[in-house]
Design a protein around this ligand. Structure first.
Ligand SMILES: [Ca+2]
Ligand SMILES: [Ca+2]
Length: 420
């Protein structure tokens, strides 16, 4: 029966099936990313968990005790994100936030991108206000923490918050002005200062290029650029980081409240959520810098073809309708344009009382299978949850098919979002 249907769909599919090509960047880029979708929700994101996702670090602070894979509240894409805790009254990496120098292949230039969401009552401090946000780029000895950077003990460049959530880049380079690193506030194109919003996802991208060295002397050609929601927000030139061969070799997760004194501690328990972390030596890998990452949501009931499914009102957030699948049922969506071959996150908004339901995705009437996911028992057909999977999708105009190899679930919507 499925085969007959597939043949029929093949005949309907107008466009020729394009050749499957790997993501354009795969051959030369050093892209690594983390959607935080793999771990079980509600678990700490330990160094071991980071390593399972391909990110290694020689040490950590707070990862085991103050991180949590949030599969319940907020995510930028998919159904999960990384939540980090900044307890009331605590400062410094031993008691606040999390740190881990995640190892990168050495390179002169790197791009680092991630999404952050501050809790809705995030506290910037008690009577003084500063803290470090998420990841930065660093190399060699990662000069930081009030050290003098002498060209042989490395460098670091991290995002910070200041009073009122003012956003800034804080960097240690040779000849920083005071005891601590220098900072530059982020600004909009009209010159106004950028403040991190609370309760809302924003994207931060940092580029760092290490200076060249001639005969053991640092040339003043190091660079840092910051983009806020895809728009340039800082551009620092003429920097000297090293006199030796150190390059960028760490995506330095370094986030905590403070400040050197308790006056910088949060006045109430505070959290930051992180999602869609990317690091690459290639700007083109950071779709946030290329007009945004292609994304499209499909309401399940808006199929162009189907077999067997039934449609009914949904209890899910946002209301509307959902589509119920028995084993062998399918829905298809024609004329879907995928602008570039890329890795996508495919999300399914599902509800099921079954523990063995399985949903597969394909394009062009099954000619290109895009994998299958086992759906978790969400606790019933009115309990909704987003599950996700990564897929490589070739460019072209496709017909997407969603097929219940084992049924017993409802689908409200599904979504494609370009990762890179
Ligand atoms: Ca995610
Ligand atoms: Ca729907």
């Amino acid at each position: 029966m499925r085969r007959t249907v597939l043949v029929a769909l093949l005949l309907i599919a107008a466009a020729a099936v394009p050749a499957v090509t790997p993501a354009a960047s795969a051959a030369t880029s050093s892209l690594r990313y983390n959607t935080f979708e793999r771990p079980e929700r509600g678990t700490a994101y330990t160094l071991g968990a980071w390593a399972q996702d391909g990110w290694t670090a020689p040490w950590e602070q707070g990862m085991s005790t103050r991180t949590w894979i949030d599969g319940y509240n907020f995510s930028h894409t998919g159904g999960k994100s990384l939540r980090v805790f900044y307890p009331k009254g605590k400062i410094g990496p031993a008691d606040s936030g999390a740190q881990a120098p995640l190892q990168l292949t050495r390179g002169r230039e790197y791009y680092l991108s991630y999404w952050v969401r501050f809790s809705s009552d995030f506290s910037w401090g008690t009577t003084e206000f500063a803290g470090k946000v998420g990841l930065g780029l660093a190399g060699g000895g990662s000069c930081s923490g009030g050290q003098v950077c002498d060209g042989t003990n490395g460098f670091s460049s991290r995002m910070i918050w200041r009073s009122g959530g003012k956003a800034a880049i804080y960097y240690y380079h040779m000849g920083h002005a005071g005891q601590y690193g220098d900072f530059v506030d982020l600004t909009r194109p009209d010159g106004s200062l950028i403040y991190y919003p609370r309760g809302q996802w924003v994207n931060l991208v940092q580029r760092l290029r290490v200076n060249t060295v001639t005969a053991g002397s640092a040339n003043a050609d190091g660079e840092i650029d910051i983009w806020y929601n895809g728009v340039q927000a800082a551009s620092i030139r003429g920097l000297r980081f090293v006199t030796n061969a150190d390059q960028v070799d760490k995506a330095y997760f370094s986030s905590f409240a403070g400040g050197a004194t308790a006056s910088f501690a949060p006045a109430n328990d505070s959290w930051i959520w992180y999602d869609d972390l990317k690091v690459s030596n290639t700007r083109g890998d950071i779709c946030e810098l290329s007009g945004g990452c292609h994304t499209r949501t499909f309401q399940a009931e808006a199929y162009t073809l189907m077999n067997g499914v039934t449609t009914a009102a949904t209890s899910d957030t946002g209301g509307g309708q959902a589509t119920a699948f028995d084993t062998g049922d399918w829905i298809a969506f024609g004329n879907v344009n995928v602008p570039k071959p890329a890795r996508y996150l495919v999300e399914y908004r599902i509800a099921t009382a079954a523990s063995n339901a399985r949903l597969s995705l394909d394009i062009n009437a099954g000619a290109t299978p895009l994998g299958e996911v086992t759906l978790p028992n969400t606790g019933g057909t009115t309990q909704w949850r987003t599950v996700s999977r990564e897929v490589e999708v070739p460019a072209g105009t496709h017909q997407f098919g969603l097929y219940a190899s084992t049924g017993g679930f409802s689908l409200n919507w599904w979504k494609l979002t370009q990762i890179a």
